[in-house]
Design a protein. Structure first.
Length: 119
């Protein structure tokens, strides 16, 4: 089971992996040092934690994702709707629409998504 929750810094770290995978853990440590100012030990600690949560794997020093960035965000969205709106997508859309009106283009795009989901 994937733990579909990332803090802000973890999300930035995950993006580094998704953008560069597959990559050697040494290269990941170098990128994390450059982009996040992390020490090697921090990189390996966070990587281990994200591997344990089922998001990434480190096999023989090669880091790859177990779920794509898109799949991960889909899981996060589902979890948010489940926890906040008792799993009701219409309730979520009603709450969203109560504060922000949709443009005609957004409505057309949503209609296409709904039609694609019917099949």
């Amino acid at each position: 089971m994937i733990d579909a929750k990332l803090g802000e810094v973890e999300a930035r770290f995950a993006d580094i992996i998704w953008q560069n995978e597959p990559l050697h853990s040494r290269v990941l440590a170098e990128l994390a040092e450059k982009e996040l100012s992390w020490k090697k030990s921090t990189t390996y600690t966070v990587l281990k934690r994200l591997c344990e949560r089922g998001i990434f794997q480190n096999s023989n020093g090669t880091v790859t994702s177990l779920v794509s960035k898109e799949e991960f965000h889909a899981l996060q969205s589902e979890k948010f709707i489940d926890e906040t709106f008792d799993g009701s997508l219409p309730a979520f859309l009603a709450a969203f629409g109560s504060r922000k009106k949709l443009t005609d283009e957004e409505i057309r795009e949503l209609t296409k998504v709904i039609e694609a989901m019917r099949g």
